[in-house]
Ligand binder design. Sequence first.
Ligand SMILES: [Zn+2]
Length: 80
Amino acid sequence: MFSCAICEEFSLYNLCNDCRVIRHITTLNGKKRVLEVLNNVFQRCEEKQDNKMNEELKCEIENKKVSLKNSQLKRGSNLN
Ligand SMILES: [Zn+2]
């Protein structure tokens, strides 16, 4: 048994399953962006957290739309 490198709970590996998901999200979005979201959402009083979460969600949805559009454009240009 190991102690998870992030949450320090006991795990069969150096990262538990939950923290493996966190690492995957960090790999996809970049450490800087993940930290920015965590700081914006969790370092506020509770009533302001909801507003900030909604803002961050909107921002993530917009980012995904842009990257989806870009990948569709790329695919389209590969067909020509
Ligand atoms: Zn963990």
